[in-house]
Design a binder for this molecule. Structure first.
Ligand code: AP5
Ligand code: ZN
Length: 274
C-alpha cells in the first residue's frame, strides 16, 4: 500500500504509522522524525531547523550568500509576518541541495538572493528515503505532504517512479482534544514510538517497552507552540483534504476514538483501497 496519513499535531499519525508499517511490511517515513534526526546530529542545518521547529513555524528561507564562507547569520526580514532565517552556504551544500536552488538569480539585492526551500528540503528527504529497500512494498507518509506545493511535488515524484498513491487517510479530531495528547506525550526517538503518560503509559516509567531506552518529551510539545502548529495546520495542510478528495483517494477517520479502534478503521480503508 502507498498511503498518506494526514492530520493535526497530536491526532495519532505517529501512533498508527509504526503499527501499519508492521502490518503491511511497508516503510514509515515521517518528515518530523527525519528533521529531528538532523537536529540531533548537531549540524548547522540541524541547529537552524531546531529554532524553526521550536517556534512552531516550518517555513525556511535560504539565502545565496555572495560571501559563501559567512557563518550562519540571522537576518530579520518580515514577509507574510514571518521572520526568515539565513543559512551559511556550507551548511546547505553539506545537504547536497539541488543545483537549481543554488543558482544565482537577478541581483535583487546586493547581498542575498532569497529562495523558499522548506519544500525542496523535505521533498528531497522523502525522495532519498523512498529508495530504501524497506519501501519496496510500499510506504506510509506521516507529516508529509504538508502543503499543496509539497503534494504536487510528490505527484511528480511518484509519476517519475511509476508509483501511485492508494489512500490518503485524514485524522479528524477536535482541536480541544489535542492539548492533553501533546502535553502528555512521551516519545522514543529511535523508533518513533509514542506513549502517553495518561492514555498509553509505558510499562516502566519513562522507558520504551521494547528496548528499555529512555523516553523523552519533544521540545515543541508545549501548549503555546502547539497553538502555532495548529494554526499552520489549518492554514497550510488542511487544504490537502480537498486536493485528495478531487483525486478520489481521500477518506476520513474519527481520530478521537481509542487507538485500537482507529487502527481497525484504517485497516478497513486500506483493504478497500488496494
Ligand atoms: P511532526 O513530527 O510531523 O509533528 P506534527 O505534525 O505536529 O504531529 P505530531 O507528531 O505532533 O502528532 P501525531 O499525529 O504524530 O501524534 P502522536 O501519534 O504522537 O512535525 C514536527 C515539525 O517538523 C513541524 O511542526 C514542522 O516544523 C516540521 N515539519 C515536519 N514535516 C514537515 C514538512 N513536510 N514540511 C515542513 N516542515 C515539516 O500522538 C500524540 C499523543 O497522543 C501521544 O502521546 C499518543 O500516545 C497519544 N494518542 C495517539 N492516539 C491516541 C488515541 N487514539 N487516544 C488517546 N491518545 C492518543
Ligand atoms: Zn508525529
Amino acid at each position: 500500500i502507498n498511503a498518506i496519513l494526514l492530520g493535526p499535531p497530536g491526532s495519532g499519525k505517529g501512533t498508527q504509522a509504526p503499527r501499519l508499517k508492521d502490518r503491511y511490511c511497508v516503510c514509515h517515513l515521517a518528515t518530523g522524525d527525519l528533521l529531528r534526526a538532523e537536529v540531533a546530529s548537531g549540524s548547522d542545518l540541524g541547529k537552524e531547523l531546531k529554532k524553526i521547529m521550536d517556534a512552531g513555524v516550518w517555513c525556511v528561507r535560504v539565502c545565496r550568500c555572495r560571501l559563501a564562507h559567512l557563518p550562519p547569520t540571522r537576518i530579520p526580514r518580515w514577509a507574510n509576518g514571518r521572520q526568515e532565517t539565513c543559512f551559511s552556504l556550507s551548511a546547505l551544500t553539506a545537504r547536497a541541495m539541488p543545483a537549481s536552488m543554488l543558482k544565482r538569480g537577478p541581483a535583487e539585492t546586493d547581498v542575498f538572493l532569497w529562495k523558499l526551500v522548506s519544500n525542496e528540503l523535505v521533498v528531497s528527504m522523502i525522495e532519498q528515503n523512498l529508495n530504501k529497500p524497506e519501501c519496496k512494498n510500499g510506504f506510509i507518509l506521516d507529516g508529509f505532504p504538508r502543503t499543496v506545493a509539497q503534494a504536487e511535488k510528490l505527484d511528480e515524484m511518484l509519476e517519475t517512479r511509476k508509483q501511485k498513491l492508494d489512500s490518503v487517510v485524514e485524522f479528524g479530531i477536535d482541536d480541544s482534544l489535542l492539548v492533553r495528547r501533546i502535553t502528555g506525550r512521551l516519545f522514543h526517538p529511535a523508533s518513533g514510538r509514542s506513549y502517553h503518560e495518561e492514555f498509553y503509559p509505558p510499562k516502566s516509567p519513562m522507558k520504551d517497552d521494547l528496548t528499555g531506552e529512555p523516553l523523552v518529551r519533544r521540545s515543541d510539545d508545549t501548549p503555546e507552540v502547539l497553538m502555532r502548529r495548529l494554526g499552520a495546520y489549518h492554514e497550510q495542510t488542511k487544504p490537502l483534504a480537498s486536493y485528495y478528495t478531487k483525486k478520489g483517494i481521500h477518506t476520513w477517520v474519527d481520530a478521537s476514538r481509542p487507538a485500537d479502534e482507529v487502527f481497525n478503521n484504517i485497516n478497513t480503508i486500506f483493504e478497500n483501497a488496494k
